[in-house]
Design a protein around this ligand. Structure first.
Ligand code: ASP
Length: 436
């Protein structure tokens, strides 16, 4: 069985077995000893340990991978004057797709009215975190100590440092060329580490999902069904409607290939609910399976994982309308535009880890003049939506990377079109050897 299928099988069986254990744990007929055993040894024991080790191993690769692949990318582009246009296109597309996502989310939510029949049953007690001033946010992008930036995993600071370093390499003559060669070798080694980790993925994905579904009551979805399914519908529409359309119009490529090659990445995103932890896999897939040259992917993918969160923005759009309806507040046209702007900005500020989209939602609600406590209404179903929206977030990163790479001729169409261009293959520019 191919690795993709094994990962997907692990995902499905994790969900099924987790849900079954949830039933066993909550059924009155199960002897207490069995419940305690399942809880302590399986859910809180084996699954927990395997899942946490898996996420830790993914995170382990993020900083080395981002650093090395950005340095390689920037050093090969540094003297070609394409760095500026690539950065502009990427940023423009990231912002535009996010704004489209919120716009569609608002339109859907207004049409469906998920909050109009909801009684405010929950005692809403959500306390918003205080947002730092914008000036600090800007200054914080620039590192004063690269080692601290890496130790703290500050992605934007690492990106700035790596871009500068890579650019300098391309302007340092013979010495620079030697260093560039070293980093290219290093990139192959780190990518090989990602390959090893991917082979472990079925176990990790299974353990994470089995534990989550064993502990999470799915009942909460029923109470919030209208909200839940509205967010889900817009997420699916964005992934299977908007991105394919953009890919066709802007790059003239078949979206089906991209979507099918993204499936294992979705399994990672879904089970970790973190675009940050999924980043090694996204980068690996975008470079080796979708044929985006490292000079573009090395920049677009880490940046996208950090600032491009269309799925998160969709949740925020629907949540805003939902909360307004529950509280009986009529949103004006101006408020909708404010929501589009703030949700787009908030998604940039959302860290690529589980649940942060809900925290930055406070910012959007505040700007729209809505009660921040409303967040308490939707917390119950957020984890499940987080898993799906993270998968949409990473799909956006991949789609934009492909579009930018195609427009810059940093793209290997034969790799993109080869369904078997796969894990462990060579770097696209060197011709890939399908192995799966
Ligand atoms: N979990 C999301 C991500 O990592 C962020 C969020 O929406 O909370 O992409």
């Amino acid at each position: 069985m191919s690795l993709t299928n094994r990962i997907l099988l692990a995902m499905v069986s994790g969900i099924l077995i987790g849900s079954l254990l949830n039933l066993i744990l909550h059924s009155a007929g199960t002897p207490e000893m069995v419940q305690a055993g399942v809880n302590d040894y399986l859910v809180g024991g084996l699954f927990d340990v395997v899942g946490r080790i898996f996420v830790a191993s993914l995170k382990l690769l993020v900083v080395p991978l981002v650093l090395v692949s950005l340095i390689c990318g920037a050093s090969s582009l540094g003297d070609s004057a394409r760095m500026g246009p690539i950065a502009l296109k990427t940023l423009g597309l990231y912002l535009a797709t996010t704004a489209i996502a919120v716009g569609v989310a608002l339109a859907f939510a207004v049409l469906v009215s998920p909050g109009s029949n909801v009684e405010m049953g929950v005692e809403a007690t959500y306390k918003a975190a205080v947002a730092p001033p914008l000036t600090d946010v800007l200054v914080d992008i620039f590192p004063s100590n690269p080692v601290r930036a890496m130790a703290d995993g500050k992605m934007l600071q690492i990106i700035v440092f790596a871009l500068l370093f890579g650019y300098a390499i391309s302007h340092a003559g013979e010495q620079g060329r030697r260093i560039a060669g070293f980093f290219r070798d290093l990139e192959s080694v780190v990518m090989a580490m990602v390959g090893v980790l991917m082979k472990m993925a079925p176990y990790g994905v299974f353990a994470l999902l089995a534990k989550l579904f064993a502990t999470m009551g799915i009942g909460a979805i029923l109470d919030l069904a209208a909200y839940f399914f509205t967010v889900l519908a817009v997420l699916l529409f964005h992934a299977f409607g908007v991105y394919p359309l953009l890919l066709r119009i802007l790059a003239g490529l078949s979206p089906r290939m991209l979507l099918s090659k993204m499936r294992p990445v979705w399994a990672f995103a879904f089970s970790t609910a973190s675009s940050g932890a999924t980043l090694p896999i996204t980068l690996h897939t975008v470079e080796k399976r979708l044929g985006v040259h490292n000079s573009v992917a090395g920049f677009t993918v880490p940046l996208g994982a950090t600032i491009n969160m269309d799925g998160t923005a969709i949740m925020q759009g629907v949540a805003t309308v939902f909360i307004a309806q529950v509280y009986g507040v009529d949103l004006s046209m101006g408020a909708y535009i404010t929501v589009i702007l703030t949700a787009t900005l908030a998604s940039i500020g959302t860290a690529a880890v589980p649940g942060v989209g809900l925290i930055t939602l406070a910012l959007v609600l505040e700007q729209a003049g809505l009660p921040v406590e409303g967040i308490a209404l939707i917390i119950g179903v957020d984890r499940l939506l987080d898993m799906v929206r993270t998968a949409v977030n990473v799909t956006g990163d991949a789609a934009v990377s492909v579009i930018v790479a195609k427009s810059e001729q940093q793209f290997d169409q034969s790799v993109f079109q080869d369904p078997r261009a796969d894990f462990g293959g060579a770097v696209p520019s060197e011709g890939s050897t399908p192995t799966a």
